[in-house]
Ligand binder design. Structure first.
Ligand SMILES: Cc1cc2nc3c(=O)[nH]c(=O)nc-3n(C[C@H](O)[C@H](O)[C@H](O)COP(=O)(O)O)c2cc1C
Length: 673
């Protein structure tokens, strides 16, 4: 009340002092709500009444004020329009330099991806407004795509953001992997960033909503498209020859037609992506509970989802479903692909193109393989692809290896498939090997570490008809397809060739570079990497020596101890990896040896001499407990500072934490400074 009276006084004074009407009105409005009750019982003074009269009497704005108001309005609208246009343009720096760092700072990769999918699903996401240069145009399975850059499987596993993703300028996108029955995949966390390499490790294990949910999403998309009047008009014309197809009845009839599937889409000459110059691929996976060598999951996928796809990718190379990669073996793969092709061919007659009586539309089938196969295995895959009658290959999936060139120390030991730039050398080599074997008979889609225009060009020269990417999209955001297309256009123009002309022209693997944060690191080991690698090998050796001591095993110089070596027969790839790891560490274990139970027995451990680490821990514990010991100086982490500030309490907490983590026992608090 007091404040209201003061404000009222200020209004009066402002009027008396001849302040501008606006100032007085502002003060008065501020006083109004609070002063109303007090004014109810008393008459306002004449000065206030005068002020109110002045305040509520609107004088018409002068032409100058009107112009100013108009200018403000125009500026506000233009500013708003600019902000919206800037946000909507996928090339805007805000997406890469603000949105992505924020997402990385505040979310784990799985949450970040979910948020991105949700945004893309709403239709309010940025878009690529650029036009693809003709130099990029190519064909896949007889359909034209305006550019050869696609989005790889795994990003839109549940087919939720197809249109939003196509609008970002990809030439094609691959949804899935989709499994027949819904399954949750592996427990979280299952997706990790290796930031220093702009790479990732994932072990999702095919989290999928299953065929029927994905099918209903794909069907709804076609129905929505059918209900779109311009489509219906041309569709009606294509189907009946009559130009009048725009009536609501016709629309509804078509949308509810039992064949409201790709037959209608095919009839008007659109790809099943429902966008000209772009394709939609569906990637098929297997349920974890399905029999290891069973083909049924893929056959069902072709039958159910094939009618909505421009291509179907049979995924036999995910490292996260037990036994899946074994389907890549000679004999098994050929048999599997032959059966899937048979199922596809059986469907062809069921999908007669209504526009052309008797016309047949067969969905092209591709197989996606791992980059970890030996040359011999890659030759087997190539032969199986040709013999089975499939239409193409995707090379490659993630790798189970951890290349020496990795810079990151965090998360590298997580189980799962590694993706991003470190995969490029492996995938490129595998692609070149298969391309050489099949001699261009089947198109190959290159995948693994595509991050810029140069990567795409390298893949084309190695034999890829198109490329697709995933991990770099997570690191660089929505502007990436446009950026790669622009870089690629420039590179092709410099060579005076189109994309189609460079496919399969050859690339020297030793000259290829791998994109890494802030620089281009040559493939293989650079001197700096050599040094880092030697150091890390030395530290692992030291650790192993400690472990040996701990286990009571003889030192490395004495005859090699018995260790577990995987059974070569059962898991060739793993065996080779272990062998390589042993060789890198300078340890050679006789093949086939089984673990020695006595070596790690509790009895052996009891009498084992203390390791250096254990001795150091004991010394530290003694010093920390000793009341006569020296002051304990603690470096407080930012996390602790956030809770305790830079206080003694914080430092004691930090010291206690550190000691507990290292098993150092209790800390003498009075000595913490
Ligand atoms: C988080 C994540 C999930 C993936 N999920 C699938 C999948 O469901 N099916 C599949 O065929 N590939 C999947 N991939 C593999 C990618 O499609 C791609 O083959 C691989 O990541 C290599 O490409 P990149 O280096 O551009 O990421 C996944 C990759 C990542 C990083």
């Amino acid at each position: 009340m007091l404040g209201a009276a003061r404000l009222r006084g200020a209004a009066t004074q402002a009027v008396r002092a001849g302040a501008s009407t606006t100032t007085a009105r502002q003060i008065h409005f501020a006083a109004r709500p609070a002063c109303r009750p007090s004014l109810a019982g008393s008459r306002p003074s004449s000065a206030i009444a005068q002020a109110q009269r002045t305040l509520f009497t609107r004088t018409p704005p002068t032409p100058l004020a009107r112009t100013r108001q108009f200018a403000y309005l125009v500026l506000t609208l233009a500013g708003g329009a600019f902000a919206v246009a800037y946000y909507l343009d996928s090339r805007s720096g805000i997406h890469r330099w603000v949105a992505i760092p924020l997402l990385k700072a505040f979310t784990d990769p799985e949450t970040a991806q979910k948020l991105a999918i949700k945004l893309l699903e709403t239709g309010l996401a940025p878009k690529d407004f650029g036009v693809d240069d003709e130099i990029l145009q190519t064909e896949l399975f007889g359909k034209t795509i305006s550019n050869p850059i696609g989005l790889a499987a795994g990003f839109d596993k549940q087919a939720e953001a197809i249109d939003g993703l196509l609008d970002l300028g990809f030439g094609f996108i691959e949804i899935g992997s989709v499994t027949p029955e819904p399954q949750p995949g592996n427990p979280q966390p299952r997706y990790f960033r290796l930031t220093d390499d702009e790479a990732c490790i994932n072990r999702f294990g095919f989290n999928s909503e299953g065929h029927s949910v994905i099918l209903s999403r794909l069907r709804d998309r076609v129905r929505r498209w059918l209900l779109h009047s311009t489509n219906v008009a041309s569709l009606h014309q294509a189907l009946t020859g009559s130009p009048d197809g725009s009536s609501t009845a016709a629309q509804q009839l078509l949308a509810s037609h039992p064949k409201s599937n790709s037959a209608f889409v095919d009839a008007v000459g659109l790809p099943r992506s429902l966008q000209h110059g772009k394709l939609l691929a569906v990637n098929l996976g297997k349920n974890k509970t399905s029999k290891e060598e069973s083909v049924d999951d893929y056959v069902k996928g072709v039958e159910r989802l094939g009618p909505y796809a421009d291509m179907i990718v049979v995924n036999v190379s995910s490292p996260n479903t037990p036994g899946l990669r074994r389907l890549q073996r000679r004999g098994v793969l050929e048999d599997l692909l032959t059966q899937v092709v048979k199922a596809r061919d059986a469907m062809v007659s069921a999908h007669v193109n209504p526009a052309k009586e008797g016309g047949k539309v067969a969905v092209p089938l591709l197989v996606k393989i791992a980059p970890d196969l030996s040359t011999e295995e890659l030759h087997d895959v190539a032969d199986a692809a040709i013999n089975s009658g499939i239409d193409g290959l995707v090379i490659s999936n993630t790798t189970i290896s951890r290349p020496e060139s990795l810079r990151s120390s965090e998360h590298v030991r997580e189980t799962g498939g590694l993706s991003g730039p470190p995969v490029k050398p492996l995938a490129l080599k595998a692609l070149q090997t298969v391309h050489g074997r099949i001699q261009g008979k089947l198109p190959i889609i290159g995948c693994g570490g595509v991050t810029n225009g140069q990567d795409a060009l390298d893949y084309a020269k190695a034999g890829a008809s198109a490329v697709e990417l995933y991990t770099s999209f997570g690191y660089q955001g929505v502007g990436l397809p446009r950026k790669i297309k622009d870089e690629l256009t420039e590179l092709l123009k410099a060579e005076g060739k189109t994309w189609k002309q460079v496919v399969g022209t050859g690339v020297k693997l030793s000259e290829v570079t791998v994109a890494a944060p802030n620089d281009n690191v040559p493939m293989g080991l650079s001197p700096a990497r050599d040094e880092a690698f030697t150091k890390s090998v030395a530290s692992v050796k030291q650790e192993l020596a400690g472990l040996r001591q701990n286990l009571g095993l003889p030192s490395a110089s004495s005859p090699p101890p018995a260790v577990f070596v995987p059974d070569r027969e059962k898991d060739e790839a793993y065996y080779t990896l272990v062998e390589k790891a042993n060789a890198a560490l300078g340890l050679s274990f006789p093949a086939g040896q089984k673990p020695s139970a006595s070596a790690a027995s509790p009895e052996a451990l009891k009498d084992a001499p203390k390791t250096q680490g254990e001795q150091a821990a004991e010394r530290a514990a003694a010093v920390l407990k000793d009341p006569k010991g020296p002051e304990i100086k603690v470096q407080v982490t930012d996390k602790t500072k956030k809770v305790f500030g830079d206080s003694l309490r914080g430092r004691v907490a930090e010291a206690e934490d550190a000691a507990a983590n290292r098993d150092f026992g209790k800390v003498d608090k009075s000595r913490v400074v």
